[in-house]
Design a protein around this ligand. Sequence first.
Ligand code: ADP
Ligand code: MG
Length: 699
Amino acid sequence: MGVLAAVDIKFLPGVGPKKAALFAKELNIQTAEELVRHYPYKYIDRSRFYYIHEISENMPFIQLKGQILRFDKVGEGRNQRLTAIFTDGKSTLELVWFQGIKYVTERYKTNISYVVFGKPSFFNGRFNLLHPEIDLPSQLPPPETMGLQPYYNTSEKMKAGFLNSKAVQKIMHSVLPHLQSGVPETLPAWLLKKYALMNLTDALINIHFPKNANALTKSRQRLKFEELLYVQLNILQQTKWREMNIQGFVMKKVGHYFHTFYSDYLPFELTNAQKRVIKEIHTDMSGGKQMNRLLQGDVGSGKTLVALMSMLIAIDNGYQACIMAPTEILASQHYDTICSLVGDSGVRVALLTGSTRPKAREELHGTLRSGELHILIGTHALIEDPVQFHNLGLVVIDEQHRFGVEQRSKLWNKNVQPPHILVMTATPIPRTLAMTLYGDLSVSVIDELPPGRKPIQTYHYYENKRQALNSFVYKQIQAGRQVYVVYPLIEESEKMDLQNVTEGYAYFQETFPDVKISMVHGRLKPAEKEYQMQQFVSGNTRIMVATTVIEVGVNVPNASLMIIENAERFGLSQLHQLRGRVGRGADQSYCILLTGFKLATDTRKRMEIMTRTNDGFEISEADLQLRGPGDLEGTQQSGLPFDLKIADLVRDSRMLEIVRNIAMEILNDDPRLEKQENTILSRQLKTLKQTSVNWGNIS
Ligand code: ADP
Ligand code: MG
């Protein structure tokens, strides 16, 4: 067969042009090598039959043997589901389907022996199998010859084209004999030896058809190691390049603007954490290297102030600064906040967003170019715009996960030398992970809230408490407070999304006829959105019914109650962000998480964590554990040179650290990977770079 990278999959047995086209379109797989790099996403333990009473939480996919006693259809229309009571002769368990109900009832009969496969899930106090696979025992080889069976991700279109997981498995099997000569090793022999790693051929064989659990573990280790190593080599090489080629503006002085602000305008004492972080930033800004710093601090910890004072240092040294926010609302809030903080101290601030009028825009361009303007605040319009600074020295990016790599790289071109960069986020992530996603950066943490904040009280209510909740809402409003009601964004269906929020709006209007209510959702025109927000910010409206468009950063200190509808649909970090919209004033604030009765184990845990703690770091840890980093906001647009197929930046965080150190050792010894023993590394790195999209000049 030759080198697999050169073999078009349509020539593999059982493939042909039609299936090849599906592979290409759905999975981006065109060559036999790309095919064998498509790893199973799970394995089913078919080496034995389990009993229902042996089932416990966190089990992999298992098989049971027994009979279906009866089928029950529950619910109507889209909420319909089918359950089957299944027995293994000792105890019973429910099988559940939400789709394909007709097919299942026609195909499977009661009181016949079946083998069922599935991953046990815990629901309403008992285990069940959701969408299990069912076979007649006679259709299956005896368990002792089966071992671990690979399962492959396939799309609906692939399944319709007879390319389900089993078909992929068959094709995969036909390629295995050619692996030895067909896929060249991608790690140097000395590395394999030194870290006792499986060679690539064995790893690929065992990732698809594990001889046993141990071989599977070894092969996964090897493949993860490889992925993470190339990620790290790439990032570290870039870092080295930057260190050698890029200088930073030197901003040693702490002068007039900073001191005036500090002594005459700052309305409160800085927290110790804020002081420490400002020092860290100043040290970076005066050190001669370009700063690339991540500022982590929980919602409400006072990051804006730190940003402002860092910008004042830049101004004191003759530079301009800018803040980039993810939305117009946020940008104009920053603008208002900063204007009122600096007052008449002589700092000149302007706002630039998509809705800035051409005339104002022109004026602004003038003062920017002349250097009269000190601070420019805006959305990404700020980098898209042909804005030219007189001397841009510091860029602050708020809520970094909303910004793509490409946008960040554009900032570099706003001055002859790249400005210092300060990225602020309320979603803390572990250090090595941050460095992997955002390249070489240092991290500052504000781990202290301003004094006098009352912790937000959080409660989890089921739908049946709505009456009680309504009277609580009314009490808050009568006491002069304001209320948020947030509905989830339903990405698959903008229509449903809109329906949810508009129905909610109607409900609250009906329930509180004498209360003025705002509504904000993604379908509104920017101007209308702005108007609705402004009405709430100014206190004209008392309730804000919204989708998650309000998630980030909005500041209305008078709001004391956050109601999150369908809270089960939100991730932990998002819930925490939303909750952070209240608790900003002197009053006791509350957050109510509303859910339906039936909750999956994970959801229950999320609600439990939210009601137990206000600590953003604890929450983000838990979030990573529960969700895994695949969902981590921003990873898609991160600085990774290629998709990770098997390594998991959070679950494999230990390996990530180890591999980072190994990569450092390699590059310290051989910075450009020129040594003979590293030929494989430099060649593979080059191949990976060529196949990836644009990830050139990013930090
Ligand atoms: P975040 O970190 O979420 O961006 P902000 O910068 O919006 O937080 O600050 C939240 C609120 O806390 C603001 O109203 C701000 O004025 C206030 N604040 C910031 N620092 C202090 C401080 N040291 N003492 C008292 N209040 C502060
Ligand atoms: Mg903020």
